[in-house]
Design a protein around this ligand. Structure first.
Ligand SMILES: Cc1cc2nc3c(=O)[nH]c(=O)nc-3n(C[C@H](O)[C@H](O)[C@H](O)COP(=O)(O)OP(=O)(O)OC[C@H]3O[C@@H](n4cnc5c(N)ncnc54)[C@H](O)[C@@H]3O)c2cc1C
Length: 425
């Protein structure tokens, strides 16, 4: 065969589409019984396909990888992706947050129509074919070994696109097993780490009873990063720590702090709409003439809900807190004054990311230096890579899928050029 694409997620299918449109015969293999499983899962959460913000803001979401991804996103960014979906008969709309979703907010109709079109263009799809890392030269072809339900098989192709995804949600097919296989062949890689993930905190048994409850309308800041914007949103208390949109938005900075210092102390403002002065006045009012009220009742009357109040008490009881209060010049003040200050600037210690398998996406992977501008591996001429297996990361908001589609397209175009020039870069 001419072209073999391994991995039938958004990146692999997009690469296949470029090769098919250029008239090459293409076989796509996937380890799973059906294609696009993670894409379909993303659809269960609403399928945030891309984002409508200005191009410069959009690019900035990829931080140090923005320069690398710019040429890919210039060709196939948010607008082009929306036009492509429309070409499949799936219109998109911009939600109130600027995020872009397909009408119906599902992935299944888009994937179904896309697969139908690809099959119509001649794509062969081999499911339950798990590449096992064998990759050998056979003349000007590559020979790859696969595990199948019937044993093993080899497939031979002039050009190969690997689009094997990251290392999270392994049960959907992407398990990151490819990383050492490519590293052993001289491909520069960085270890896979959790991105857009939850973090661990050492909660008491009392607090874990509230696991699953949301901390609504809180503001989060990162004291070690001067000048970073405080963000407001919601996070969820879990048995092991914290997760949710607000945490994911800061996940890279928190993970890097933990990597550097062994832990990250974030600060939460549990009542961001109230100043310390108004909060103090509300507590005084709640306490006036009610000597028998428990602290949690007082806090409730001052507007702090049950889960926030439990978190405040948890941090209040931690051994580090008294030195923190001392450092803030609050030691010796009445307890409620100290707690009010704590409520506005609650230090929460996070000790580790939750395991990679639970993360929404993966950081790390194939380094930029390992690839040419067409996303071909310098160490393995004729082998191209795309999608989440490349070493970039981005927050949620549609940036993940957009970069997977864009890099899939670039790798597909690179493979077309490689074939058209007779195997010369
Ligand atoms: C719960 C959840 C929700 C998400 N929601 C969104 C969202 O709304 N918006 C957004 O932008 N992103 C979202 N994402 C992220 C997005 O789904 C991924 O970034 C994207 O699917 C990655 O595309 P990919 O093609 O690189 O890899 P994948 O989609 O992971 O596809 C890789 C394919 O390769 C196959 N494969 C792996 N190893 C082998 C092997 N050895 N042999 C053969 N086949 C193999 C796998 O079976 C898989 O089908 C979400 C992720 C999760 C987990």
């Amino acid at each position: 065969m001419t072209a073999l694409v391994v991995g039938a997620g958004p990146a692999g299918l997009m690469a296949a589409e470029q090769l098919l449109q250029a008239g090459f015969d293409v076989t796509v293999c996937d380890a799973m019984p059906s294609p696009g499983r993670k894409f379909l899962l993303a659809g269960i959460g609403g399928l945030n396909l891309t984002h409508s913000e200005a191009t410069s803001d959009f690019l900035a979401r990829y931080e140090d990888a923005a320069d690398w991804l710019r040429p890919q996103l210039d060709v196939f960014g948010a607008e082009a992706l929306r036009a492509w979906a429309a070409g499949l008969g799936v219109e998109t709309f911009v939600g109130s947050s600027g995020r872009v979703f397909p009408a119906g907010m599902k992935a299944a109709p888009l994937l179904r129509r896309w697969l139908q079109r690809l099959r119509g263009q001649g794509m062969q799809l081999l499911t339950r074919h798990r590449w096992q890392g064998d990759l050998a030269r056979d003349g000007s072809d590559w020979l790859l070994g696969f595990a199948t339900p019937d044993g093993t098989t080899s497939l031979q192709a002039r050009v190969v696109v690997l689009a094997l995804g990251g290392g999270s949600w392994a049960r959907l097919g992407s398990d990151g097993a490819w990383l050492p296989w490519l590293a052993d062949r001289g491909v520069s890689v960085t270890s896979l780490r959790a991105a857009n993930c939850g973090f661990e905190a050492d909660w008491s048994e009392v607090l874990t009873r509230r696991a699953g409850e949301p901390l609504k309308n809180v503001s989060l800041s990162l004291p070690w990063l001067a000048g970073t914007r405080e963000r407001r949103g919601e996070c969820i208390l879990t048995r092991d720590g914290l997760e949710g949109g607000l945490i994911y938005a800061h996940a890279r900075a928190i993970r890097e702090r933990i990597e550097a210092c062994g832990r990250a102390v974030i600060t939460l403002d549990l009542l961001p709409d109230r100043s310390l002065a108004t909060l103090g006045a509300a507590l005084d009012k709640a306490a006036a003439g009610k000597a028998g009220l428990t602290r949690s009742r007082l806090w409730q009357r001052a507007g702090l809900d049950g889960v926030k109040s439990a978190l405040l008490e948890e941090v209040w009881r931690q051994p580090d807190t008294s030195s923190w209060l001392q450092a803030q010049g609050l030691a010796g003040m009445p307890v409620l004054r100290q707690q009010a200050a704590l409520c506005k600037m609650l230090p929460v210690t996070l000790s580790a990311t939750r395991p990679l398998d639970e993360a929404i996406s993966t950081a790390g992977g194939i380094s930029r230096a390992a690839l040419d501008s067409g996303l071909m591996l310098n160490a393995l001429p004729g082998v191209f890579c795309a999608g989440e297996m490349l070493d970039w990361e981005a927050p949620t908001g549609g940036y993940l899928l957009t970069a997977c589609f864009a890099s899939g397209r670039r790798a597909g175009e690179g493979a077309v050029q490689w074939l058209q020039h007779g195997g010369v870069a």
